[in-house]
Structure formats: C-alpha cells, structure tokens
Design a protein around this ligand. Structure first.
Ligand code: ADP
Ligand code: ADP
Ligand code: ZN
Length: 221
C-alpha cells in the first residue's frame, strides 16, 4: 500500500502517518524529517536547505526528487510507504508519477487532511517532538502520558522546530496555498483523492482514515 498525505503545515500528516506506519507495517517517509536530519548533520544538503526551510520556502525539486528516489528503494519500503511532505508542487508530483511508472509501483491513495488555517496556529505553536525517536506531541492537544517522558521510547529530551514560529508559519501557509494546494485538483482528476476532516481529535481522524483505507482495499482487491 502506497499512500500520499497532503495538508497544510500542522494538519496532522506526521501524526497520522506514524500511526499508519505502525498499524500496516509500511514506511513513514517525511521529507521534512529527512531534511532536518541533514541540517543536524551539517551535510552539503543540510547547508543548502537550512535557510530555505527557515524562510518557509521549498527546497529545490531536483534535490527532493533524488532524495525520494533513493529512499523508496530501502528495504523497509517493500510493503509500501507513506509520503508525508512530498510532493509539494506540480513538478514534484509529475516526477513522482514518472518514478512510480518506471519502478512499477502503484499509488493507492492520496489523503488530504483538511483543517482551517485558524486551527493550525495552536497546533503549530504547541508542537514538540521526542529528540530520540521523533514521536510527535502537542502541549495543548496531545501531551505524553507521563509529563516529560516520551510514550514511545521513555526519553526525557524533547525538541521544538525552529521553523515553528509565527513569521515562518505565515510564509509556510502561503507556500502551501500557492504551490501545494494545486495538487488537490491534480489528484482529483486521477480519481485517487480522499478528503479527510482533520479538525476532529487525533483518534477520530485516525478512524476516518481507516475507513477510507478499508474501502480502497476492497475496491482495489
Ligand atoms: P510541515 O510539518 O509544516 O508540513 P515539513 O516538516 O513537511 O513541514 O517540512 C518542513 C520544511 O522542509 C518545509 O517548509 C520546506 O522548506 C522543506 N520541505 C519539506 N518537504 C519538502 C519538499 N517535498 N519540497 C521542498 N521542500 C520541502
Ligand atoms: P504536520 O505533519 O501536518 O505538520 P503534525 O502531525 O506534526 O502535522 O501535527 C501538528 C501538531 O498538532 C502536533 O503537535 C500534533 O501533536 C498536533 N495534532 C495532530 N493532529 C491533531 C488533531 N487531530 N487535533 C489536535 N492536535 C493535533
Ligand atoms: Zn521517544
């Protein structure tokens, strides 16, 4: 099963993608996480990406496409994968189509998490994640069960993204509106788009996604 998650920053793509990955044994691929790892390692890619990310703009397509091409060949993608944060514009979507057909892969479904911009600010302001395992939390909506301790790995160290500040968030929302939102009609025409109401709580959103995937599995056999 190969899935694409679309949605504005803070919509819940990462949260739902981590959940599906565990449930179905498929690989969660977050291009944002991959880029943040490059920045942390101070690699050439990281050096190129850092300023662009802090400005809330898009890292060049050629770099992103070759990153994804390599990533989907890894062993953990054998049962499928979930793309969270890719594609982010039409060029990337077209490159992905080409990659799918060249590698004989099927795109099973595109899930778009719909959340009003007004609800995104608190989600982004409250977002933090585990420094060890990357599990995602929120200080308003999704705290760890025991304060200060990661549910998944027990770590006590957490991080807050540098680009989760008001100014950068406004730029990221604009980038989403101008460059990523046009992917909705693109996938709609291909008949693989499902809109999910992302305003409900995390478990309810998860249930709605499960129902869509069930339907897809029956349809596609
Ligand atoms: P969000 O959680 O807001 O959706 P991500 O973690 O997916 O953000 O991405 C963080 C930043 O990394 C983006 O603002 C952008 O600068 C860069 N980035 C991530 N994925 C891509 C991509 N597919 N193409 C270009 N830039 C990307
Ligand atoms: P994205 O990957 O789309 O940028 P995340 O999955 O990182 O979004 O979610 C953004 C923040 O909002 C995180 O702190 C997460 O815990 C929280 N969150 C995710 N889904 C919901 C939801 N349905 N209701 C409330 N908060 C949520
Ligand atoms: Zn952890």
């Amino acid at each position: 099963m190969n899935i694409i998650f679309l949605g504005p920053p803070g919509a819940g793509k990462g949260t739902q993608s981590q959940r599906l990955a565990k449930k179905y044994g498929i690989a969660p691929i977050s291009t944002g996480d991959m880029l943040r790892a490059e920045v942390k390692a101070n690699s050439e890619i990281g050096k190129q990406a850092q300023e662009i990310m802090n400005a809330g703009q898009l890292v060049p397509d050629s770099l992103m496409v070759s990153m994804i091409q390599k990533r989907v060949k890894a062993d953990d993608c054998k049962n499928g994968f979930i793309l969270d944060g890719f594609p982010r514009n039409l060029e990337q979507a077209k490159a992905l189509d080409k990659m799918f057909s060249e590698q004989n892969l099927t795109l099973n479904v595109v899930l778009s998490l719909k959340v009003d911009e007004s609800a995104l600010a608190d989600r982004i302001a409250g977002r933090f994640s585990c420094a060890q395992c990357g599990a995602s939390y929120n200080k308003y909506f999704n705290k760890p069960k025991h304060e200060g301790e990661c549910d998944s790995c027990g770590s006590h160290e957490f991080i807050h993204r540098k680009d989760d500040n008001r100014e950068t968030v406004l730029a990221r929302l604009e980038t989403y509106r101008n460059q990523t939102a046009p992917l909705l009609p693109y996938y709609e025409k291909k008949n693989c788009l499902f809109i999910i109401d992302g305003t409900k709580d995390i478990n309810e959103v998860g249930q709605e996604i499960d129902e869509v995937l069930k339907k897809i599995r029956i349809q596609q056999g």
